[in-house]
Design a protein around this ligand. Structure first.
Ligand code: ADP
Ligand code: MG
Length: 723
């Protein structure tokens, strides 16, 4: 029998019914109906004005104010016609979250009337008081001006709440000295840098008409749903987004019966609600399924241009969280809500391409003679090898540390998986000119009525942090709670850098009289000889790989964020970002400061919370049970029975462990180091976290002994299976 609070929560859940929101509607009716799409713009603007907008979107030219005025008016008319009274500049501060500054369209006139008004100037630029956003020392509060500026490449949209509608305008966020204070600015710069170098290489390969090259992204989002009835009873879920205590459920994920199982009805109704809202917002949600752990699910969109995909990913997280509440769930986006079962990642599928050449990472059926593919793929190989530690650092968060390196998510060592066909081709390149590509062949299913299908030339490897998956790479080490912007910035920039290197090498080959094909293979061979060590097709979880990677291949194993974040301060990383105009040294330093601070804050909050829960929830329950038990044992003795003391003794031991654990944690919290960010990071990783784990041992031990009728915290079994 669970404690009264837990019992009440369970009863509440039993009474819940799936909440139907609205009837199904035809696709054409809802798709992007809340987005100010190019089509809507085209309809509303004179041809000349629309062309000018289109040109700016495609080639990145300047937008003049008269055009902005016309667009603003068209946007306002559309939005107010849909009931919006406010607009918001939406921006993406360094916290992985989304921020908004809301303003009314209302404009009072001298004669007492009001009209609704929106000008090009207001559309293009805003000035939120951004002094409270973390900026890593770029601005001090007395010069805290921050500006938002319209990102014309990402469409404006309407956000609906129960009471109204707001026009949302995606923007960048910069300081008054022009430094990027957000995640969008460097993303746009990284795409531009990659475009410059990709165009250069394509021209060297003989193309005259090269369309702008963009990077593409499709991000798979994993999440947990827990019934909200439990949340009030779990301050850790409320404040830290993960459980700090809790014994594994007797039934966990061992049966693998949840993975791709039938989706529970209440959850499916929630998902359909989410998808419908996403469709209205023009987010192309494409797949849904159960994930490995009980209570865990995934949503993935069709891929889009990286900048838009990033904004849409932020929207997806917002919609997931808000919609869950409507359905009596709390959506947990934390990377490791429950110890002992799988955590959540966000696989970032990434490629580059353009209108004239298509997907530049498409190997075709005979990759060994596809020079264009080989060079772009080699650029990725070189980048991931030369800047592996950077890729580790852009996924370094307190939450994600629980995943990386554990036996579920990719290891913290960054290697690259090519699949058997490409691995073979690139091995041939290392030795000379490749002679052929193995083919996948046809799958025989042994039943005539089933279709024949072509086998992929390479299998999948779930243990690799960075894997080629047919026509794109999949960066699997990204955390479920993260913005995808940081990882994309790193990927685009290392690619720009490698493309630049390859183009320069190829230019000198050609200048020395080499033919294109011969010169290219000399460069490719050089890449494989210098950087082939990063290519690995084996089991990334194995001990042997951990040894081999570090000892024989010279790859780094940066276990925790405390090890990985300081990579942002390395000279080669500073040079990389400033050479390509993506982040200045000051901007990069500020990111180290902000991400470091966030790591420290996250762990200190958890530590204080653990202390509080242990003292005010667990300890009282445990002493109460100890005294009840003591009394019962005394009564037994009085009746002449021989009392069994084992449980009482064990309880007493665990209680004193609990007290010692609390004292130690309290003391460590009171003594943070004062000598810089790095020391503070290590204090969290190497002192606070282990002390929290010790305390957890005592608490979880007590959970196994204390009377269920007084145990205050909902159990893993309850939270994962009740719905
Ligand atoms: P899986 O679970 O097999 O990895 P999913 O269908 O869940 O596959 O997700 C694959 C993701 O990769 C989707 O978002 C898909 O749109 C995306 N994707 C496909 N092609 C590209 C590409 N060229 N660039 C970026 N993302 C891509
Ligand atoms: Mg997937």
């Amino acid at each position: 029998m669970p404690s009264p609070q837990r019992f009440a929560a369970l009863q509440q859940i039993q009474r819940r019914r799936a909440v139907a929101t609205v009837a199904a509607a035809p696709f054409e009716e809802i798709w992007a109906c809340d987005v100010f799409t190019l089509d809507k713009m085209k309809e509303a603007l004179p041809g000349r004005v629309f062309k000018s907008v289109q040109r700016t979107i495609q080639t990145g030219g300047k937008l003049d104010l008269s055009v902005a005025n016309r667009v603003a008016e068209a946007m306002r008319a559309w939005a107010t016609g849909r009931g919006a009274h406010y607009y918001a500049h939406v921006f993406y501060p360094l916290t992985n979250s989304t921020a908004e500054k809301h303003d009314g369209f209302i404009s009072p006139k001298a004669d007492g009337r009001v009209i609704s008004e929106f000008t090009g100037k207001l559309l293009v630029q805003g000035e939120p008081d951004g002094s409270s956003f973390p900026n890593g020392g770029i601005r001090s509060t007395f010069e805290a001006r921050g500006y938002t500026a319209w990102d014309i490449t990402s469409p404006a949209y309407l956000m609906e709440t129960a009471n109204g509608v707001t026009l949302c305008i995606p923007t960048v966020f910069v300081s008054w000295t022009g430094e990027a204070l957000d995640k969008k600015t460097p993303l746009l710069r990284s795409i531009a840098a990659m475009n410059r170098q990709a165009q250069r290489l394509l021209r060297l390969l003989g193309s005259d008409a090269v369309a702008p090259v963009n990077s593409t992204c499709g991000a798979e989002q994993e999440y947990f749903l827990v019934d909200s009835a439990f949340i009030a009873l779990r301050p850790d879920l409320q404040l830290a987004g993960r459980t700090l205590f809790g014994r594994p459920s007797p039934k966990g994920q061992q049966f693998d019966d949840h993975y791709f199982g039938a989706i529970p009805e209440r959850v499916q109704v929630f998902m359909q609600d989410v998808e419908r809202q996403l469709y209205k917002l023009g987010v192309p949600a494409k797949t849904r399924h159960n994930e490995v752990a009980p209570g865990q699910f995934e949503i993935a969109p069709f891929f889009e241009a990286a900048n838009v995909a990033t904004d849409h990913q932020q929207l997806t997280m917002t919609v997931l969280r808000n919609t869950a509440k409507k359905h009596g769930f709390t959506c947990l986006l934390h990377e490791k809500p429950f110890a002992g079962i799988n955590g959540s990642g966000k696989h970032v599928n990434w490629s580059i391409g353009n209108a004239s050449h298509g997907n530049l990472l498409d190997p075709g059926t005979t990759p060994h003679d596809n020079l264009q593919f080989l060079l772009f793929c080699a650029a990725v190989i070189r980048g991931v090898h030369a800047f592996g530690p950077l890729l580790r650092s852009v996924v370094a968060t307190a939450g994600n540390d629980h995943r990386l390196g554990a036996n579920e998510a990719p290891p913290a060592i960054i290697s690259l998986y090519l699949g058997s066909q490409l691995e073979d081709v690139f091995n041939q390149i290392r030795e000379g000119r490749p002679q052929g590509s193995t083919s996948g062949g046809v799958m025989q299913l042994g039943v005539d009525s089933l279709p024949e299908f072509a086998k992929d030339p390479g299998d999948r490897n779930r243990t690799s942090p960075f894997a080629f998956t047919g026509n794109r790479f999949e960066f699997r080490a990204v955390g479920s709670n993260q913005s995808v912007a940081g990882p994309l910035v790193a990927l685009n920039t290392i690619l720009a850098d490698s493309l630049e290197w390859i183009a320069s090498q190829l230019e000198s080959q050609l200048a020395a009289g080499a033919r294109l094909g011969d010169g290219a293979f000399v460069v490719l061979q050089q890449v494989m000889r210098d950087h082939g060590a990063v290519v690995f097709g084996g089991d990334g979880y194995s001990q042997e790989w951990h040894r081999q990677a570090v000892e024989e291949r010279g790859l780094e194993n940066l276990r925790t964020s405390a090890d990985a974040l300081p990579v942002l301060q390395r000279q080669e990383v500073r040079e990389l970002f400033s050479r390509h105009g993506v982040l200045s040294p000051v901007e990069l330093e500020s990111r180290f400061a902000v991400y470091g601070e966030q790591y420290v804050l996250a762990i200190e909050v958890e530590a204080r919370l653990a202390l509080q829960m242990a003292r005010t929830q667990v300890y009282p329950a445990a002493v109460r049970y100890l005294s009840e038990l003591g009394q019962a044992l005394q009564e037994q003795q009085a009746m002449g029975l021989q009392p069994r003391l084992a449980v009482r003794n064990q309880l007493a031991v665990l209680l004193s462990q609990l007290n010692d654990g609390c004292d130690a944690l309290e003391q460590a919290l009171a003594e943070p180091p004062h000598d810089g960010t790095e020391a503070h990071l290590h204090h969290c990783a190497d002192t606070l976290l282990p002390l929290m784990l010790q305390l957890r041992d005592a608490v979880d031990g007590l959970e196994a002994l204390v009377d269920d009728a007084i145990w205050p915290l909902p159990t893993f079994a309850e939270m994962l299976f009740a719905r």
